[in-house]
Each structure stands twice: as C-alpha cells, then as structure tokens.
Design a protein. Structure first.
Length: 493
C-alpha cells in the first residue's frame, strides 16, 4: 500500500471511529435520560430496577438502526467482520438484558475496536511537504484523536458493558458486589457521565445463572471477555482502561474455563467454540506488567472465604507463579500500597507470607527464597518501600519451620559469608543483613526469630553462624577493607 492509499485508508478509518464514538455518546445520553436511574431513586431495590424497560428507550431513539448502519459501514471500510447476524442469533429476545447486550453493546465495542486497531497499526506520516520551511511547519494532529469527554464516554460504556454483561454471568463473591462497586469504586469522571443505578440494572435483570443451559452463559462470557479484552489491550486505551478492568477480565476468563470444565463433565464431551479464548488469555498474561497482575490478583482475593474455592485456588497458583518471577511487584501492591502504618504493613506482610508459604513444592520454595533475599538488595535509606521489602522477608522467616528456614532463607542470605568469601560477595551479604535488621517487625516473636536467624548453625557449616562470622569480620579485617569492617560493625549494632 503506497503512502497516498495509506492516507486515504486512514481517513476512512478515522471516519469510522468518529461515527462509533458519536454513537457511544448518544447511548450514554439516552441512559442519562432514564428517570428511573436518577439519583432520587438511589435506594431503589432490585425488584424496582427489574421493571425498568431500558430497551424501549433505545428503540424510541431509533438507536438500533444507527448501530446497524454504523457497524455495516465500519465493516465495509475496514475490511473486518462485525458479526451482527451472530449477535442477533445469540440474543434472547425474551430477556431485556440480553437484547441490550447483543444488539447494542457488543456491536459498538466491536466497531470501536476494529476502527482503532487499524488506525494505530499504521504509522502516521509527519514529514513536511512542498516548500514549507521547518520553522513554519506544524505536525498534523494524530489520527483518531479523542477528547477527554470521548475517553470518558468510552470508559463509561465499557463500565456499563461489564456491569450489564460480564458481572451477571459470574458466580457470587468473585468480584466486589455490584452495589458497592457502583457506590464506592466508580471513578468520579464516569460517575459524572453515567447514573450509578444504571450499573445495577444488569444484575437485577439477570436470569442467566438460573438458566439450565450453561452454554448460553459461556458464550456471553466469551464474547464479553474477547471484546473488552481486545479494546483495553490497544495501546491507545491501555494506560487508562487496563488497570481498572484487568481483574474483571481475569474473573471472566476463569469463570469461562470453570463453566467449561463443568459442562464437559456433565455432557461427557468437549465444548468447542469457533473462536477459542486462549489467544486473549495469552495476551492478558504476557502483555500485562507485573504490577497490574499483582493488583488484579489482590482484587480477586478480597472476598476472602466468601469467594468460591475454585477461584481462590486458581488465583493463589497464579500469585505463586508471579512470586518466583517478580516478588517486588507483589510486595509493592500487597504490603506497601495497602498499608498506611507500620502495624498495618506488618499485618499485610504476614498475610502475604502466609499465602506464599503454603506450598510444599521444593523447586518453588527454592526459587521463592532467592526472590525474597533479593528484596534486601537496596543501598538507599530505609524508605517505605524498602521497609515493606524487609518486613516481608521477616514475615516469611517467622512462618517457616526451622529446617526449611535454615535450608532456604538463611543459606541464601549468608552464602557469601561462607561459600564465596570474596570482597564483593561478603559486602553484599553484610548489606542484606543490615537491611533485614533495620526493619524488625512489631511482633512478640522477634527476639526468638532473631536468635534463630543469627545464631543457628548453618547447613554444612557446623559450629558456625552468621553472628560469629560478622564478629570475625568486624574484628580482623585490615585498613584496606574499612568499608566491609564498617558494614560489619553496623550490622552488630
């Protein structure tokens, strides 16, 4: 495709995106006009919301015809398929929520995704043309540029889709209850565009969990996760939308897989679908940074024992997998970001250590010990984040039985003092010990734990422990090794 044809194609794709964004704004405006969703009815019960005929409002504004024409236009100009016929077949016309999901929300999200996927796939030409001097030339605005209100409307329609389509298909207590989500967890920008009661409407009108056909529930979850996942993983929307909705997407993925397992066991055959969810699963695990993953796992475990057992097992395994790759991200989210005082931070570190120390797998334990010891590799002053790192190591040490403690944490911390007696390795070990001792947690067991940590005989090093090694370094090193001697004295203090 030459530059001229590329520019023409991009102009058409931009027209497609503009039409879709305009329709999204219209849909949000219609929702805002519904009197039953006004703040005056904020204490409305589910039975009251169940009687609100939202689809009738959309029909009155002839939004269905606009969506169909726009989806056909986007499909024609982008060369992609907007599966309106498929959505029509999946929609249950006897159910209000199903009609809005399949005939309004899914076509809009699919059209938006296809438009911006193509716009962002081609690099825009920003070089001067003709005799225009570099001084007078200004680069054109980026293709498909969105205003703040446009971004807010897209975030609002995405929130409405999740609350209307995805959450009603989930088992109870996987995510925060919908009323709490709408009341306390809604960003102010979205709350200003979308009535809070509109987010409760989907759950109030949901009958899908009581339906005997699990296949219908699986298909809706599949469509929801695929469309929402594709949209929030686009580079244009990822910074704003992914952190908020990653836990929602993981919940949808895990619920789909769980329902499929049940479906296969009950029907004695494998459930197949034309578009497997695996590609989206790979993207959401491989393209997402560790901090966002740790935050999503924390949200999925917030319900504690109320959450289904299969969710807790699945997320705990994923948390353990992340811990042996990037424990710092987990500590930053679970301990540092969630705690405001030393007491709270100590308790958070203990909860995290309890979750991580539950496995008996030796290979996992060895890798986790390596990661935990690396938390102590900081040379700067004891900031809040470094304090959280040290507290987590302490919590893990306190939970371990003596045999595992000696083989794991103690060996990793003191390895340079005994097995690699070079200046660099000894210095590293001393700095780790200083980092550990500078953040002793508030616990009744701290004296006992310190004695075990510093005075226990090391494996394969009988009658030797960390304390006497540090004492030897502090008392025998020469003037040329002043830094090591100083570190050893600091550790003893």
């Amino acid at each position: 495709m030459n530059n001229m044809s590329t520019d023409k194609a991009q102009e058409l794709w931009e027209v497609c995106a503009t039409r879709v964004v305009s329709l999204i704004e219209k849909v949000i405006s219609i929702i805002r006009e519904i009197d039953d969703f006004s703040p005056a009815n904020r204490k409305a019960k589910a039975s009251t919301l169940e009687n609100v005929n939202v689809f009738q409002y959309f029909e009155t504004h002839r939004i269905l015809e606009d969506i169909k024409h726009t989806a056909d236009f986007v499909g024609e100009k982008t060369g992609s398929e907007i599966p309106l016929e498929k959505y029509n077949r999946c929609a249950n016309y006897e159910r209000e929520r199903s009609k809005i999901t399949y005939l309004i929300l899914f076509p809009l999200l699919k059209s938006l995704y296809e438009s911006y996927k193509l716009i962002d796939s081609v690099q825009q030409n920003v070089t001067p043309v003709g005799n225009c001097s570099n001084k007078d030339w200004r680069p054109p605005p980026p293709r498909g540029m969105l205003s703040i209100q446009n971004y807010t409307d897209i975030a609002a329609i995405l929130e409405f889709t999740i609350c209307t389509s995805l959450i009603p298909c989930l088992d109870d207590n996987i995510l925060t209850p919908i009323r709490e989500r709408a009341q306390y967890l809604l960003p102010k920008a979205i709350a200003g565009r979308l009535p809070r009661l509109s987010l409760l409407w989907g759950v109030a009108n949901s009958k899908i969990k009581s339906c005997q056909r699990k296949e219908e529930r699986i298909k809706e979850l599949d469509n929801s996760v695929s469309l929402i996942g594709g949209l929030v993983l686009l580079d244009r929307f990822r910074p704003m939308l992914l952190p908020r909705h990653l836990a929602d997407l993981y919940a949808g993925l895990f619920q789909t897989e769980h329902l499929e397992e049940i479906f296969c066991l009950q029907s004695n055959n494998s459930f197949s679908r034309k578009k497997p969810i695996l590609p989206w699963k790979e993207k959401m695990f491989n393209k997402v940074d560790s901090l966002n993953q740790a935050r999503a796992y924390q949200i999925l475990l917030l319900r504690g024992m109320k959450a289904p057992l299969w969710v807790r097992k699945r997320v705990s395994r994923l948390l353990a997998d992340l811990a042996v790759k990037d424990i710092r991200a987990i500590v930053q989210i679970w301990v540092k970001s969630s705690s405001s005082s030393e007491e709270d931070m100590t308790a958070a570190a203990l909860r995290l250590a309890t979750a991580l120390a539950s496995s008996n797998d030796e290979d996992y334990f060895r890798k986790l010990c390596e990661q935990l010891v690396h938390l102590l590799d900081f040379d700067s002053e004891l900031t809040g984040q470094n304090f959280a790192y040290s507290l987590t190591v302490w919590a893990f040490v306190e939970l371990l039985p003596e045999k595992k403690r000696n083989v794991g944490i103690l060996t990793e911390i003191s390895d340079g003092l005994f097995h690699n007696p070079g200046s660099d390795s000894i210095g590293l070990c001393l700095r780790r010990i200083i980092a550990l001792l500078s953040a002793i947690p508030i616990t009744s067991q701290k004296t006992n734990t310190m004695c075990i940590l510093l005075l226990s005989d090391l494996p394969k090093q009988p009658e030797k422990n960390m304390f006497n090694q540090i004492l030897r370094i502090a008392s025998t090193l020469t003037i040329e090794q002043t830094k090591l001697k100083s570190d050893a004295i600091t550790a003893l203090r």
